[in-house]
Design a protein around this ligand. Sequence first.
Ligand code: SF4
Length: 179
Amino acid sequence: MKVLLHTCCGPCASACVPRLKAAGRGVVMFYSNSNIDTREEFERRLAAAKKLAAAEGVEIIVDEYDHGRWLAEVASGFEDEPEKGRRCERCFRFNLARAAAARERLGADAFATSLTVSPHKPSPVVFAASDDPHFLKEDFKKKDGFKISVRRAAELGLYRQDYCGCEFSKRKRGENAGT
Ligand code: SF4
């Protein structure tokens, strides 16, 4: 079974790729993050994701970066929402829809997301953000997923951001370390 892994960042994906491989699944990483506030930060996180892909010997596909579209379709009217609020639910929906479309285009059997690794992202909320039948609802938080991601990212020297991604999450910078 080939799984397209929506990859929010290298550190989170570092817990997911080995777990999927250990379950006998082929993995292709899909870096899709128009939620990130600047191109510079998008590229910094992409470099870490590519480093992980190389270490794991898996392919990585990079989605186009269009933060303007994300602002218009996701954040507009929801700028003041707290993290874990409605803006985040909309953000999950946006990114998972991109992953669902990519899965279909690429002919993968399923897609999953590294978003479920973060303790700041409740897995049931992430799972509710897509009703695509090909969505593999793997809860990577389980079995110490976050701890494993911290350890593996340190081993590989991966850049770890200290805010979730959008400019609105920067207001809480420091509280969101490791997201
Ligand atoms: S805080 Fe994170 S999950 Fe929430 S809208 Fe911003 S980038 Fe998306």
